[in-house]
Design a binder for this molecule. Structure first.
Ligand SMILES: [Zn+2]
Length: 76
């Protein structure tokens, strides 16, 4: 039987409103599938009522895992 001890960890940042930085869950107006397998969500903040779009990238397009600073080109 599989256990939680050997389950892989996936780290992601909590998403906040880019206007007022609240972590409160926004109102999702519409979710759209992108041609590159990404998804975008048009949302409205419950606190400041401003609009913003969350883009969820497909696997392989995400940012480096926290703590992994082994960039090949060394530009960062
Ligand atoms: Zn807001």
């Amino acid at each position: 039987m599989a256990t939680w001890e050997d389950a892989p960890l996936v780290f992601t940042e909590m998403v906040c409103c880019p206007h007022c930085h609240t972590l409160r869950k926004p109102i999702v107006i519409r979710t759209e599938q992108g041609g590159d397998s990404s998804r975008s969500r048009k949302q409205v903040c419950r606190i400041c009522s401003r609009r913003w779009v969350l883009v969820i990238e497909p696997p392989g397009e995400s940012l480096p895992v926290f703590g992994n600073l082994d960039f090949e080109d060394g530009t960062l």
